[in-house]
Design a protein around this ligand. Structure first.
Ligand code: UFG
Length: 323
């Protein structure tokens, strides 16, 4: 089976390509290397190209003739999306629409979409399930919500188009084998940022907001190990190929940790003191995001292997120390 992976040179995409390759699937990565890296593509060919380049995209798809497309390529940093909304609507919404348009023209009708918990905004009920209303509170979340709507509309119009949207919660950790991990030029995510402080790359960690309505006043997130998320993609793809059913699944562990709890865990794992600066809230942050993961467990038979914050941090630390 042939799997076309956009963004396969990026953080999550590369872990999925690794797993696809290990399982013997024929993989092709299409990535513009804006945030991805050549070395991260452990299996299959890498094609360097942009999703806005219709001519190139059409040609690569025509030559490869994939059975399914997995679409990771996107911009993913919430604060950046508030500063540069046009970048997010272009990269995430317009480019996805372009990809879908070309897929439909060519009769490729199976699609796995990297969606996000950010589509929920500030959920009314925690843990949040897939039926909750979509009320994104930042451009990043809106750019992905728009794609979910587009997918729904195409699905209604075309019986030959089936998709699965995976709504990721906070993805963290690295390949336990030490071959892959987060490699952004600027680290903004909490665990990576804290580890870079431990490493001495930054002098302190800022805690954005200590007055949230949570037990210790800091935001709570549901951290999921990247390989557990990668496995969810393999299961989703098999489900889509075998049953041909469209669906949406949350990807998280169903419990959360506050920013302070994460910092404490980073100190325990690294044995290094992390200088902290408590600052004001960061715009666009919901106070609590925790998944209800019963649907993915039931329908896809997904079970987490690495539901352990210290283990997640350990794999990321091992990766950081090697870089
Ligand atoms: N935080 C800090 N200091 C930092 C970095 C982060 O206090 O230096 C806080 C944030 O304010 C937030 C929490 O840590 O409360 C997590 O922030 P991240 O930047 O690590 O992640 P986000 O929750 O903003 O977003 C991530 C992904 C999104 C995804 C979302 C889903 O970047 O793509 O998780 O929950 F949609």
């Amino acid at each position: 089976m042939r799997v076309f992976v956009t963004g396969g040179a990026g953080y999550i995409g590369s872990h999925v390509v690794k797993m696809l390759g290990e399982k013997g699937y024929d993989v092709l990565t299409y990535d513009n290397l804006s945030t991805g890296n050549r070395w991260a593509v452990l299996y299959g060919k890498l094609f360097v190209g942009d999703l806005s380049d219709s001519e190139l995209l059409r040609k690569v798809l025509q030559d490869f003739r994939p059975d399914v497309v997995m679409h990771f390529a996107a911009s993913i940093v919430v604060p950046e999306s508030l500063r540069e909304p046009v970048k997010y609507y272009t990269n995430n919404t317009m480019n996805t629409l372009n990809l879908l348009k070309i897929m439909l023209e060519m009769g490729i009708g199976k699609f796995i979409f990297s969606s996000t918990a950010a589509v929920y905004g500030i959920p009314e009920k925690i843990p949040v399930n897939e039926e909750a209303p979509l009320n994104p509170i930042n451009p990043y979340g809106s750019s992905k919500t728009m794609v979910e709507r587009i997918l729904q509309d195409i699905h209604s119009a075309r019986s030959d188009f089936k998709y699965i949207s995976l709504r990721y919660f906070n993805v963290a950790g690295a390949d336990p084998g030490g071959r892959l991990g987060q490699a952004y030029r600027e680290a903004t995510h909490l665990i990576t940022r804290a580890l870079k402080v431990a490493k001495g790359e930054y002098d302190r960690l800022q805690i954005f907001g200590t007055d949230y309505p949570t037990p210790d006043g800091t935001c709570i997130r549901d951290y999921i190990h990247v390989d557990d998320l990668a496995r969810a993609h393999i299961l989703a793809m098999q489900y889509l190929m075998d049953r041909g059913e469209t669906d949406i699944f949350n990807c998280g562990y169903g419990h959360g940790y506050s920013v302070r709890e994460v910092v404490k865990a980073v100190i325990r794992v690294t044995g290094i003191r992390i200088p902290i600066e408590e600052t004001g809230r960061r715009e666009g942050d919901p106070p609590v995001l925790i998944s209800d993961n019963s649907k993915i467990k039931e329908k896809l038979g997904w079970t987490p292997f690495f539901d352990d914050l210290e283990y997640i941090i350990k794999t990321a630390w091992q990766w950081e120390k090697m870089r």
